[in-house]
Design a protein around this ligand. Sequence first.
Ligand code: TMP
Length: 209
Amino acid sequence: MVRNLFITFEGPDGAGKTSVLKQVVEQLQQHNIEVMATREPGGIEIAEKIREIILNPAHTTMDNHTEALLYAAARSQHYFEKVKPALEAGKTVLCDRFIDSSLVYQGIARGLGVEEVLAINEFAIGKRLPDATILFDLEPSIGLARIAANRSDEINRLDAESLAFHEQVRAGYLQIAKQNQKRIHIINADQQIESVVNDVWKILYKLLG
Ligand code: TMP
């Protein structure tokens, strides 16, 4: 059995990856796989505080460069404080969003450039890419409708962006996936949660042996 894989879950807002991740973690634990689940931006105290600043809907004047740098800062702290030690301890790490979110949201949808955003992230965490990434693909209008209908918490600053922004996010993910076909596995997130969990499980089963 393969140990200490770093696996990330990515996708447009409202794609359901957070709920699926919870179920998948339970299944992995039932198979006695030592797993740590975490999320970005956040996962540890300092990064959760940065998250509050980035996603606060009142922060409408935040510059796109500031946004990209704050995501990278949160990622650096989270990676070195939590992810790297867990991998070194032999755990499999499942992370809800990681560097691809920055490449897509800031690099493509915000228009800062993929290379530029990659460069600040390499400064933040080095060249560590996930071993595998599961991309939850979904029509943005469906994702936004799900958020409006289901979220009990406040709609964050990025959720509140236009449909056109979220369409660029989806197209951006598909573009990055095409360039990283070995690493990124696309699944259809427009299905019942049980079917999505099942699709994710099939991929993890192969990865973890
Ligand atoms: P979520 O945790 O509810 O997915 O919210 C995080 C939001 O932040 C989501 O809209 C995606 C966005 N995001 C970026 O724009 N860049 C990043 O690097 C990350 C990790 C998230």
